[in-house]
Write a protein that binds this ligand. Structure first.
Ligand SMILES: Cc1cc2nc3c(=O)[nH]c(=O)nc-3n(C[C@H](O)[C@H](O)[C@H](O)COP(=O)(O)O)c2cc1C
Length: 347
């Protein structure tokens, strides 16, 4: 019998159990292409949900087409699911899921390589069946055991268990990866991908040994050569140290970024003006672009996870993936002495 992760790689069409998760609204198109070509699962990110619908659909389609043309492997599309105050799904999230399904059904090189939709934040209710009927896997990201169970019961194919230390929008109730992952793996019968705080082969080996079907990363993938974001952003991550991360109010939950002028001074000052919430959200989105695309890491918001402190270099994606695989293999091979000693204590 093969390992849990092999079965999932087979279904996704990837070589390695390593996923680059979505990091919208800025593009992750070149990054996703590089990750898919190197044997992982790259993810196209959704352009800002504040974008008008027709433009949003077009931008998403363009990003998918670009990855499909350039990539040699399969890819996923990440769609955050926002909700209106009435509790209904944000029309922009619905439009993105609908557009992604249309692209899959249209077939061709894009449809062939497009393997999965990853939803996050809210749960997209009745969409699971449509996603699966289109021939896609539905992956849903959760931050609690109860949400993992709910997603599995609703027919989701795979859950990503992501701990509170993750970069970007995190969860309202803080549960860290090491507490969350083993519980989710034990509770649900579907494959579990673990994310939040992973950056190397030791994290990969630990999660596979625990029974995970793979790992996903965001922050580590930012500091790679192929990623289209500004060099200053990547370097800010490499230069950051322990305790440099902080959370601030995001659109639907707390969001994690790195301490700088934008988060420590500008955001409180803008909030103090009593600016309406929609304008404040737009301000945060613009400040994210400023850092990510223009490289202003003081006036711009540097969204990243706690693991930024552990990241020491900017490397080509293929080097990162191969290094992680080497480390994971080394670590698992070297556990045999520990295993023998553990068994001896029981003899
Ligand atoms: C800059 C940035 C932007 C992100 N944007 C999104 C997003 O649009 N949708 C989403 O589901 N998750 C988003 N995330 C979270 C990642 O998909 C992933 O779950 C997280 O980065 C994993 O934790 P890590 O940063 O410790 O690797 C973002 C993360 C970062 C760092």
């Amino acid at each position: 019998m093969g390992a849990v992760w092999q079965a999932l790689c087979g279904r996704l069409g990837t070589k390695y159990p390593i996923m680059q998760d979505g990091m919208g609204p800025s593009p992750t198109t070149s990054l996703a292409t590089a990750v898919s070509a190197a044997g992982g699962l790259g993810s196209v990110s959704t352009p800002g949900l504040l974008t008008p619908e027709a433009e949003l659909r077009k931008k998403l389609r363009d990003r998918m087409e670009q990855v499909a043309v350039d990539a040699q492997g399969s890819f996923a599309v990440n769609i955050p699911v926002g909700t209106l105050s009435s509790g209904e799904m944000l029309p922009a999230s619905e439009a993105c899921i609908d557009e992604a399904i249309r692209v899959k059904l249209a077939g061709g090189p894009v449809g062939e390589r497009f393997a999965a939709i990853t939803t996050s934040a809210g749960f997209p209710g009745g969409f699971t069946e449509r996603i699966k009927e289109a021939g896609l896997l539905h992956i849903h990201k959760v931050g609690s055991v109860r949400h993992a169970v709910k997603a599995a019961e609703a027919g989701v194919d795979v859950v990503i268990a992501s701990g509170y230390e993750m970069g970007g929008h995190t969860h309202l109730r803080p549960v860290s990866t090491m507490v969350l992952a083993p519980q989710v793996i034990a509770e649900v019968d579907i494959p579990v991908i673990v994310s939040g705080g992973i950056h190397d082969g030791y994290g990969l080996a630990a999660m596979l040994a625990m029974g995970a079907a793979g790992i996903a990363m965001g922050t580590r993938f930012i500091a790679t050569e192929e990623h289209e974001w500004h060099r200053n952003y990547k370097q800010y991550i490499v230069d950051s140290r322990e305790w440099d991360d902080m959370t601030y109010q995001g659109y639907y939950a707390p969001s994690r970024g790195l301490r700088n002028k934008a988060l420590l001074e500008d955001l409180p000052a803008v909030k103090a003006t009593g600016i309406p919430v929609d304008e404040l959200n737009q301000w945060k989105e613009d400040r994210g672009y400023l850092a990510q695309m223009e490289g202003d890491t003081e006036a711009g918001i540097v969204v990243a996870g706690q693991v930024a402190a552990a990241i020491k270099d900017i490397v080509p994606v293929r080097v990162l993936l191969e290094r992680m695989m080497d480390q994971a293999i080394d670590l698992l091979e070297n556990t045999s002495a520990s295993l023998a000693a553990l068994k001896a204590t029981r003899a």
